[in-house]
Design a protein around this ligand. Sequence first.
Ligand code: SF4
Ligand code: SF4
Length: 390
Amino acid sequence: MCGLCLPHCPTYQLHHSELESPRGRIALLQAVAAGKLSADESLLAHLDSCLVCRACEKMCPSKVPYGDLIDAGRALLREQGQPARPMVKQLLHQISDKKRLQRNGSLLRSYQRSGVQRLLRASGLLKLTSIAGAEKALPPIPPRQTLAPLYPATGALRGRVGLFTGCISSLLEGEVQQAAIALLTTLGYEVHVPQNQRCCGSLHQHNGEPQRAAELADDNIPLFDEMGLDAVVSTASGCAAQLSEYPRLYGQGHTPFYEVCDFLSTLEWPDTIQLKPLQQTVWLHLPCSQRNVIGNSGAVAQLLSRIPQLQLEALPENHLCCGSAGSYQLTRPDNASALRERKLNLIDSTAELIVSNNLGCALHLQSGLEQRGSAVEVIHPLLLLVRALP
Ligand code: SF4
Ligand code: SF4
């Protein structure tokens, strides 16, 4: 009830309304749980507009577990017969099955490369449909990359790690996953890529489908545990945040999960690896999943400081969500754009390159920059590191 979380809440910053604050949403959830309030469109809109960034939870002096409350509240609404928004429902369906996702990814790739997308966009027909917003937000689908089940270490073996490839990451972030493999094997790690791993369940967990999230975790946990690995790493901080919560949420699993920069930053690098210098200023974006859930917010900066001559600057307002937040662009595109614009307005005009270790944030920021006609690029920090390898 103290309200200390309010200034840290991005939607409160946008709307200055109690109902758009953590305290307001907790009051709404309490009323729904007690049967004093039924879910109407206005209530759903206030709950939908929470980014689940958990900035409030991090600042709360009473340790109110806000993340668990909003997840449970959304699950309760589903139980009471409130369906997920159609676009979110479709997204959750797609990512539940990686083979289906890859198949549909191939179709989208053909749609983009065959010229059909360009024609449809030019014709204006898309604007007449309900998918116009989602189609506009669709990132370019890169050529499909298939990873081998095992990459041996270079030189003496230091350990064995698993690579968590994720669902959307495996479709869009193949180059980053190759970079992770290159860095890990160079540092003496054998990298295992189990071919039947599944989505981490994060989007299901935060969108009212905790049962589905638990089913996915039930498949992933024994898969990695049975391999006897030292650790499992993920290149997307959003997935890594969900994976790092497995023991707390499900009380099982003994293999530690890491965000890949977090893992690499804790390792001793042999003197034989001297990275090439890069004379450039790079702006660092800090995803909420790293800052508020995983912790070790300095991991990326620490890792990039290994590149000689690289200048690193923190992106303004790194304590506030950029508006990406998983499926948020589908449920609240207005807020997602407003938060992104606020951040982009503060970026130094001399900026050329932004790094972000979360795929969703990187795509969201890149799309906003392109809409402005900006040439600033947003890339994963591992791509900089791998380019600097001797
Ligand atoms: S999770 Fe983020 S958006 Fe949601 S109430 Fe907390 S600070 Fe606000
Ligand atoms: S969630 Fe925590 S910080 Fe926010 S009003 Fe409640 S007790 Fe205060």
